[in-house]
Design a protein around this ligand. Structure first.
Ligand code: SF4
Length: 191
């Protein structure tokens, strides 16, 4: 599994299929445990990710690690993390459809090789790519949907959104995230 994934990563490192290659510093391919039951798919690399070549670093990444850690999950032990698009869009804009289409083969290969049982769809860009839905996460977050290879997919809030909405009150985005990650843990334990 690792060798297969490494071949895809090596192809990705040289990729010039869309214009995002012109401005990237690093490809951000994925991070975490190869063979994890959980794959989290985010949007596209931001500044810190592009500089380090690792997804979900900086404040949003720290919050994501805290959220996973709150139910005993981590990218060191049981989660693999990647993005919809592997190169940073300039000024952190959302990736365009043509860019998402160009990059899709790498995401599809990651899913095909890793065969996660749980796919967490993190943010609106990933929601659109994986489920073809437009709009925000709010209406679909916390629900299970059928995913590829018999997996279950759950849309969840992006940690950047949670950073902008710091309230912990019942019904707030952070509170909802807490309910969702507990459900993820419950299902993970049932596998
Ligand atoms: Fe290739 Fe994806 Fe980077 Fe575009 S974003 S250059 S398709 S790796």
């Amino acid at each position: 599994m690792f060798e297969e994934l490494e071949k895809v990563r090596e192809k990705c490192l040289k990729c010039t299929k869309c214009d995002l290659h012109k401005t990237r510093n690093n490809i951000v391919f994925g991070d975490g445990v190869v063979g994890s039951k959980i794959m989290l798919i985010g949007e596209a690399p931001g500044f810190n990710e592009d500089m380090q070549g690792v997804p979900f670093v900086g404040r949003a990444g720290k919050l994501l690690d805290d959220i996973l850690g709150s139910v005993g999950l981590s990218r060191k032990e049981n989660v693999y993390i990647c993005n919809t698009v592997k190169c940073r869009p300039p000024e952190n804009r959302n990736p365009e459809q043509v860019e998402k289409n160009a990059c899709r083969e790498y995401l599809d290969k990651q899913i095909e090789i890793l065969k996660p049982k749980i796919i967490l769809i993190c943010g609106a860009v990933a929601l659109n790519s994986m489920m073809g839905l437009n709009g925000g996460i709010t209406k679909v977050r916390g629900k299970w949907f059928d995913g590829p290879n018999g997996s279950k997919m759950m849309p969840i809030f992006h940690p950047s959104y949670l950073l902008r909405n710091p309230s912990h009150k019942e019904g707030s985005p952070k509170w909802l995230m807490w309910q969702d990650i507990k459900e993820v843990r419950r299902y993970f334990d049932s596998l």
